[in-house]
Design a protein around this ligand. Structure first.
Ligand code: ADP
Ligand code: MG
Length: 585
């Protein structure tokens, strides 16, 4: 046969194969369109598991009569103009092929009215053949009606699962979007019967109840984390509530439901020592990151994403989960029961390496996970084992304080000696740089304090008043090299502000070798160094625990901002060898 360009209808059908795999994919595309159109109410009607009818009605901005036939054309979109726009997608759709694809494999009708139009209009497409646009009286918004899905692609029909399964997928999908958009009222009707209905009053828990049942939803722990480049919120199960599969881990990236094994692995790792082998947590996690840092154009179904930098994302997810678990688990669980699995499976060699066990540990843990049969069978069809950041710490159980300078903690693999000063320096440093924690944590002084600084530190402070403000200092110029201080960061409560500021002034006078680090980090390092508890200070049990918990959830817990180690790890293996046990485990 000679080479020919395929007729549009055929090309659409081929492309449709990737976008429209099953009825649930149609629902997904239509719901995404409704959300992109700013709908506050979305009604999904499904008959015959979606093969007979799928209808999605919204009260969004609508499509004008003139644009109606364009909307169902291939590569026609109002959400993207240039290839450059692809770098930062802020809508759920952008490929301009969903409606065309769906219309090419069904009997399709699009009815819409914009709020400023007197009447609406509709267009029908029958197996790819677009009919005439006709006027019709309808409310503002859009209704997409998809009948006889795959009537012209019988091969597809054969690949569908039972009606119950297809219905289940549809309802799982609508429920997930309802969860991600709790301010939108969702209604799902299966064969005319209401299957899901949300109120649209922004209550995540209400929707969680639909997803996992009242009892479980009630127990889910809320988590939250705000970093410079990423924000995380969501719900995770306490360690007492588990499932036999990892399918109940749900992730949304910028409002888009995505499947990502690496994100799942990050969550699992946070639970690692707490769950028995073969048991998995439940989680619904929403990530908000700069659209420029995530590529959503990986697959036509848009359910996979690629992060520009994945390690910090996984790291943040893991910290958020771990922080949540710690917050709700103040009393450490007995080490025997919690850490058994971690110890028992430590078959690989663990060395005390000079970098305090970073890389070596992380690798071993990944291997351990892989050995679990559950993990393997679940993952067999997926590409590669995701890489996790090497810098994270396991949950640690506090043992106590030594010499008023070090904390002793026990982890799944041995002993950790923690320098309270460098550890606190790290904790305060990250807290200062974290987004969103600022003003709230400023503490007003009863009496403003007048500070006389050296010329050098005064000019440093003067030119960075904004940053100091973000850190929680409220300062005002008050004559040459003199400032009035009205408020300090909350972590300085109880310290003499004058003594602190004099110390800080000396810090600021020191010359830095490294001129390349940015000024904000530099100031954060100095402020936190000055504020950190020093060695030789006795800490209460609560203070020790708080410091440990905060350290474990740091982004880079193993070193201080100056690069000094915060901890020394003595692995069980090392201890065994030192004591001449050297058991082959
Ligand atoms: P995409 O969503 O990738 O832009 P679609 O084929 O899904 O592509 O939709 C094509 C266009 O039709 C959209 O860009 C949008 O302008 C319009 N459209 C589709 N559905 C709706 C809707 N429910 N409300 C308003 N406009 C819609
Ligand atoms: Mg779309």
């Amino acid at each position: 046969m000679p080479i020919q360009i395929l007729p549009d209808a055929v090309a659409s059908q081929i492309a449709a194969g990737e976008v429209v795999e099953r009825p649930a994919s149609v629902v997904k595309e239509l719901v995404e369109n409704a959300l992109d159109a700013g709908a506050s109410q979305i009604t999904v009607r499904v008959d015959g598991a979606g093969k007979r009818l799928i209808e999605v009605a919204d009260d969004g901005q609508g499509i004008s009569e003139e644009e109606l036939s364009l909307a169902v054309a291939r590569h026609a979109t109002s959400k993207l103009r240039t290839a450059h726009d692809l770098m930062a997608i802020e809508t759920l759709g952008f490929r301009g092929e969903a409606l065309a694809s769906i219309a090419s494999v069904s009997r399709f009708m699009l009815t819409s009215r914009k709020s400023d139009s007197e009447a609406g209009a509709k267009v029908t497409v029958d197996g790819g053949q677009t009919g005439k646009v006709e006027k019709t009286g309808v409310p503002v918004g859009t209704v997409v009606r998809v009948e006889d899905l795959f009537f012209n692609v019988p091969a597809r029909l054969k690949f569908l699962k039972s009606d119950a399964t297809e219905r289940g997928r549809i309802s799982a999908l609508v429920t997930r979007y309802a969860l991600a958009y709790p301010d939108v009222r969702f209604k799902l009707l299966l064969n005319g019967k209401p299957s899901l209905q949300t109120s649209g009053n922004s209550d995540h828990r209400e929707v969680l109840t639909h997803l996992m049942g009242l009892d479980v939803a009630r127990e889910m722990l809320a988590i939250q984390l705000k970093d410079l480049d990423i924000q995380i919120m969501g719900f995770i199960s306490p360690i007492t509530v588990t499932r036999g599969t990892r399918r109940e881990l749900t992730f949304f990236v910028n409002g888009r439901w995505v499947q990502d094994t690496a994100l799942s692995a990050a969550v699992l790792k946070a639970y690692q020592q707490y769950l028995p082998v073969g048991r998995y947590p439940l989680a619904v996690i929403f990530l908000t990151i700069d659209p420029q840092d995530v590529d959503v154009n990986v697959h036509p179904a848009k359910s996979e994403v690629r992060f520009r930098q994945s390690a910090p994302v996984f790291n943040a997810v893991q910290r958020a989960v771990r922080r949540g678990l710690l917050a709700y688990m103040p009393a450490p669980v007995s080490p025997q029961s919690t850490w058994q699995t971690g110890r028992g499976s430590g078959s690989a060699q663990r060395e005390l390496d000079p970098a305090w066990g970073m890389a070596a540990d992380a690798k071993v843990e990944t291997e351990t996970v892989q050995q679990s049969p559950q993990f393997r069978s679940d993952d067999s069809q997926l590409p590669s084992q995701p890489e996790l950041p090497a810098d994270d710490l396991p949950l640690l159980r506090l043992v106590g304080q030594v010499g008023a300078t070090y904390l002793v903690a026990e982890g799944p693999d041995g002993l950790y000696l923690i320098d309270q000063y460098t550890a606190h320096h790290r904790v305060l440093y990250e807290a200062l740089l974290a987004k969103g924690t600022r003003r709230a944590e400023a503490q007003s002084l009863l009496e403003p304090v007048v500070l006389q600084l050296s010329a050098q530190s005064a000019s440093m402070v003067e030119s960075n008043l904004g940053i100091f403000g973000e850190f929680g200092f409220k300062l005002e110029g008050f004559g040459p090299n003199t400032f009035r201080l009205y408020a300090v960061p909350a972590f300085l409560t109880g310290k003499d502000p004058l003594v602190f500021m004099q110390g800080l002034s000396e810090e600021l006078d020191k010359n830095d070798k490294d001129a390349t680090i940015n000024i904000k980090k530099k100031l954060a390092a100095k402020v936190s160094r000055q504020a950190a508890i020093k060695g030789g200070q006795v800490l209460s049990r609560e203070e020790q625990q708080a410091l440990l918990n905060n350290l474990v959830t740091c982004q880079s817990p193993r070193s201080s901002p100056d690069g000094r180690p915060t901890m020394i790890h003595l692995s069980v293996d090392l201890l065994d060898r030192q004591f001449g046990r050297r058991i082959q485990r």
